[in-house]
Write a protein of this length. Structure first.
Length: 94
């Protein structure tokens, strides 16, 4: 079953529910900052478990206490509902 790419107006509408996320390079983007590298890495571990469970994996980077997360659906060649589902789950981590 093909994964549908969301239309720009739907993406804008969905982003209103996720105020800390933004569009960057045609992907959902959010930066997280923690007190230490260990806290940032712990967050990444939690996200990795969520991503594996959803079979949907982020593009991300980590520099010391900062984690940058980009979400896109390569099979849809853009943002899909799966990206918003993962973004919401990431936000729920606290």
């Amino acid at each position: 079953m093909a994964i549908a790419k969301l239309a720009p107006d739907i993406i804008e509408q969905q982003l209103r529910a996720l105020p800390q996320w933004q569009l960057r390079d045609d992907k959902l983007y959010r930066q997280f900052t923690y007190g230490t590298f260990v806290e940032a890495f712990g967050f990444m571990t939690q996200v990795a478990l969520l991503a594996e469970k959803q079979d949907h994996h982020p593009e991300w980077s980590n520099v010391y206490n900062r984690v940058e997360v980009y979400l896109t659906t390569h099979d849809a060649q853009g943002i899909s509902a799966r990206d918003f589902t993962l973004a919401q789950a990431i936000d729920a981590l606290g």
